[in-house]
Each structure stands twice: as C-alpha cells, then as structure tokens.
Design a protein around this ligand. Structure first.
Ligand code: PLP
Length: 533
C-alpha cells in the first residue's frame, strides 16, 4: 500500500475539515434561499434518458467538493416543498428544529438495532416513543414501540401482531391453510393492501368496509362483516382503523370499533382482533386534546372552536387502540424517515420476538431494551427520534397546537368559500382535518343538487360518468393555465374515500400542511376556479 496516498485519502474523507464542511453547507443553504425566489416545482427538468445508461463514477480520488458537485444538479432540481403554494398532498415543509436534530443524528450516525451501537440514541428513541404515546393514548401504563421506515411498515407491525394473536406461532409455522382476514374502511390507505400481500394473508382477504358521508367506517357494516367472516371459519387478525384518511381526513370511530370487535369475538368464541389505528396523518390532531376551548388563548374564530371540540372528541378515543401508526414526517413537519409504531401495552411486542438463537451476533442484547430482538429491520436509522425530540421541544406543545389549529382553520376557510359557488361541492364538509376535497363543475351546473341525486342513487350511470369527466377536465384546464407564481398547486384523486352506492367520487384536493399558506392563497384558488369557463 502506498501509505502516503492512503493517508491523503483518510485526511480528505475521514478527518473532519470543519471550515470546508461549513462552507459547503453554506453553499447549499444559499441555493435553498435562491430557490425561494422561484415558483415551486419548476427548478430543473428531469433527464432520465441517461440516468441508467451513463451513471458515471470518477476514477481518481477527489475531495468533498467533488461530492458536492456530483449531487448538486439533483439537489437543485428537487423541490424542498417550502413554498406556501404547495397544497397537493400530505407532505409539508420540514421544520428547522427537525433539521438540527436530523443533522446531529447524521453526524453520529447511530444504528438503533442494539444499544451497544447507538448508546444514548437508543435511549432517545425510548423517550421519543413515550412522548408520542402519551400524546396519543393519553396516559397509558406500558407503551413501547420503535421508529420504522414509514407508515407502511408501522401498519405492517400492527397487522403482524394481529396474526400472531389469532394464530399463535405463525411466525415459526406459517399460516398453513388457515384463512386469515383483515378489515379496514374503503377510505384506508393502500399500505394495508401492501401488508396483507407481504404478510401472506393475501390482498383478497383484506375486507374494505364502506364509509358514511363523514368518510368514517360504517359500524353496522363492520358488525355484519365480522359475523360473516367468523361464520365462514375465517380468523380475523386485525381491524386497522383510519384516523385521518389520506385524501379527505376521515376518522373512524375507534371507541365504537373496540366495542364491536370485543363483542363479536366473544359471541363467536374467537380471539379479539388487533385494533391497530393508522393515524399516519391524523395523529397530530392529538396536540389539540388539551386546548382549552373557553380560554381560547389563540383567539380561534367562533367557527373554528367546534372543529377543535370535534377533534377532541375523536382523539380521546385513541386510548382504545392496541397499537398506532404515527408519521412524524407528515403532519409533524419532520424529516424522512420518521414513522413510529407504538403499542398501548408493552406485552404485545412479545408476539414479535426473535428467538435468541436467530440473532447470535447480538449475544449481549437485552429483550427489555434492544429493539433488534423484535424489529423487522436489522440496521435502523435514528433520524426519527432526533427529529421528533428536536421538533417537539423546539416548537413546544403550544407551538404544535398553533400549527395544527391553523391547518384546521385554513381547510375550513377554503371549504366555506368553495361552498358559496353553485358549480362546486365540498365532499368532506363533515370531517375535521387539514384536507379539502371538492367538485368543480362547469358554470351553470348545480353541483349540490347533482351530488344529492348521486347520493340518493338517482343519477344515471352515463350522467355520472359525464360529470366525472367534466370535473377532471376543469382540473386539467386550471393546471394548464395557472400562474405558477401565484396559483396554488392542487392535486386530483379518483376516489376520495366515500362511495355512495359504490360509486367512487373523483375530486380536486388541497392539503394545508404548510403554515405559510395564507388567506391570499385561498382567495386565489377561488379566483382561479371562477375564471374557468
Ligand atoms: C402516508 C400514509 C401511509 C403510509 O405512510 P408512509 O410513511 O408513506 O409509508 C399510511 N397510512 C396513511 C393514512 C397515510 O396517509
């Protein structure tokens, strides 16, 4: 080995050159500042053509600026989602307290699989999980959980515990010929289909219960389906309730579902299914659980207070869940990946334990402390705990309350303004949450009347198809003509979660995750709708 060259390599890449690193960060931050001057989403077009054909790698060792240069066009060509005009989906700008936490994490690069690889970072995970558990379950005896790669994986943990509860030992012996079923609502996220597929239950055994107008699982149909499934010899491993559906902010009644599954399981002599709550988006409403409505210290409008009161009614039911999914990278304004899977009772995690002989290289691991003994993943990043604790303590509970209450107020404001237009219809008027889904029909049509007819089952199929195509066409028209400097970026869903008579409802969609989005953005959305023919 040419020791001099090796030493040079070590000096450049393994010794911290503080001025150089801060300079590069300074440059990246300047690029972000420049980006703020431009309309969102327009930074640089893609060049997929050669991404696979020509993935060049330098031959000779370079320096940190080579590292910078190799990623810079892609960094510049990526929208940081900081613009107040981004309303497309359940993605917000990450907050800067989360950046401080996440960068600190990257500097140490802990691996959360066992505490010997991560020391106090593992402790931070316990702290972050407990803090979130207290927010969600509201005083719980023995919460525990882990951070995962995302809501999909957190839901998968919930589903897997359910399988082990109804078919003990399945982790070892497999499912055999046993028919296992899972239940969600028709507004549930597709990750639930993913997990039934990946866990070997089969997507055909995921049963989707229709929702009512408030995009909440129909409880009568849940009870009916449980009778059917038990009657035909299926084991029901889990019900995954949605707390905040991705498109329309629908919330399932967790307390009522608890009552129904307990009662039906007892009636049929079956183990109770896992009641997992997919609160990937909606969990942040829990910040408002303790907001004092009479004092109303934020000065929320008279119209907003009932939204908070309804939120509180729903969040208080989360304590009936067995486990919950929380995406801090969604309405926590944190960095990816920051998703938490939390159980209400620690003993539930025993269903997932690997036997010691499977993990010989973790001989020092302790079941009381080391997540590698039950996690799906082996190596695990610590971004989640660092993002969560830095954010929560930076913003404070009151700061978080303000952000969430503001999102509810903004969504409500847009709903009200849309509702005044005859050719428009808000489809999720009865939900509280940060999202708005609505119809825009051509001027001269009475959208509310058309909706009523559809809901009553009086709208012929061809007419229904025709209106759907008009809603889509007008959305495309706005997209084609919008001014990227002033018009918000909206999105379109083909099925917002409520299906009267089995008919999927297409909709325009806006999600208020960005605290910078203000009334002028909303007014301009209304103007842009009025300007469409
Ligand atoms: C986004 C989302 C998920 C999936 O979460 P990821 O972190 O994207 O994997 C699950 N459920 C709901 C309701 C979601 O909105």
């Amino acid at each position: 080995m040419d020791r001099a060259k090796l030493d040079e390599l070590i000096k450049t890449f393994f010794v911290c050159d503080k001025p150089q690193i801060t300079q590069i960060f300074d440059e990246l931050l300047s690029a972000m500042a420049a980006e703020e001057m431009l309309p969102p989403g327009t930074l640089m077009s893609r060049n997929y053509e050669t991404a696979q054909a020509n993935p060049e790698i330098h031959t000779l060792p370079g320096n940190l600026k080579d590292a910078r240069d190799s990623i810079f066009p892609f960094f510049w060509g990526t929208d940081g989602w900081y613009s107040k005009l981004h309303l497309e989906n359940v993605k917000g700008p990450a907050n800067y307290a989360s950046l401080v936490g996440s960068l600190a994490c990257l500097l140490k690069n802990p691996n959360l699989c066992v505490d010997t690889y991560s020391q106090r970072s593992n402790e931070l995970e316990v702290k972050a999980i407990t803090a979130l558990a207290n927010l969600v379950f509201y005083h719980t005896d023995s919460p525990w959980g882990v951070f995962t790669m995302g809501g999909t994986i957190s839901n998968l943990y919930g589903g897997k515990i359910g399988i082990e509860k109804v078919l003990p030992g399945a982790m070892r012996t497999g499912l055999h010929d046993q028919r296992i079923a899972g239940i969600v609502s028709e507004a549930a996220h597709y990750s639930n289909a993913t997990l039934t597929g990946w866990l070997g239950i089969g997507t055909e055994n995921l049963h989707c219960i229709p929702t009512d107008r408030s995009v909440s699982m129909r409880l009568d149909l849940l009870a009916e389906r449980l009778d059917q499934l038990y009657g035909s010899g299926s084991r029901v491993a889990f019900v995954i309730a949605t707390f905040g559906s991705t498109d329309a902010s629908g919330i399932d009644d967790v307390a009522a579902i608890r009552e129904i599954i307990d009662q039906k399981a007892a009636q049929h002599g079956q183990p109770v299914p896992q009641l997992h709550v997919d609160a990937a988006v909606g969990w942040a409403l829990c910040f408002l659980t303790e907001y004092h409505l009479q004092k109303n210290s934020f000065g929320l409008s008279e119209e907003s207070l009932p939204l908070v009161a309804e939120t509180q009614r729903q969040t208080q039911k989360l304590k009936f869940a067995d486990s919950v999914t929380i995406d801090f990278h969604k309405m926590g304004w944190g960095h990816y990946p920051s998703s938490a899977f939390i159980v209400n009772r620690r003993s539930d995690l025993e269903n997932l334990f690997h036997p010691m002989e499977q993990v010989p290289y973790f001989s020092e691991a302790d079941y009381r402390r080391d997540p590698a003994l039950f996690t799906l993943e082996c190596s695990r990043p610590a971004i989640g705990p660092y993002s969560v604790m830095a954010s929560l303590n930076g913003l404070g509970l009151v700061g978080c309350q303000m952000l969430v209450a503001n999102a509810l107020e903004m969504a409500h404001s847009l709903k009200q303004q849309i509702d005044r237009l005859d050719n428009c219809k808000v489809l999720n008027a009865d939900t509280v949450g940060p999202s708005v889904v609505w119809w825009v029909l051509p001027k001269g049509r009475n959208a509310k009347e058309i909706f009523d007819r559809l809901e009553r089952g009086e709208l012929p199929e061809d007419e229904c198809r025709h209106y759907s195509s008009e809603i889509r066409r007008l959305f495309n028209k706005r997209e084609a003509t919008l001014n990227p400097a002033t018009d918000a970026r909206l999105s379109f869903t083909n099925a917002m979660g409520y299906r009267p008579g089995g008919i999927a409802l297409p909709a325009w969609k806006a999600v208020f995750f960005n605290p910078k989005t203000d009334q002028t953005v909303i007014d301009q959305i209304i103007t842009s709708i009025e300007e469409l023919l």
